[in-house]
Unconditional design. Sequence first.
Length: 66
Amino acid sequence: MSARVVRGEPASYKVVEVSPVSEETLEDALNRRTAEGWSFESVHFVSREGSHRPALAYLFFVQGKS
């Protein structure tokens, strides 16, 4: 079940840092937070200079307040 954001209602946000970045670590973080009622909003990757592979990722979640 995902959280629902209601217009006009304040929302709560959660930022989760994931490192190392892999399919498994991203899936684990996404599944864990959505099971807690958070809705996934976006992901931002951070790479080291000279590398195309992300060093870490920030996952952004939102949850409407009732």
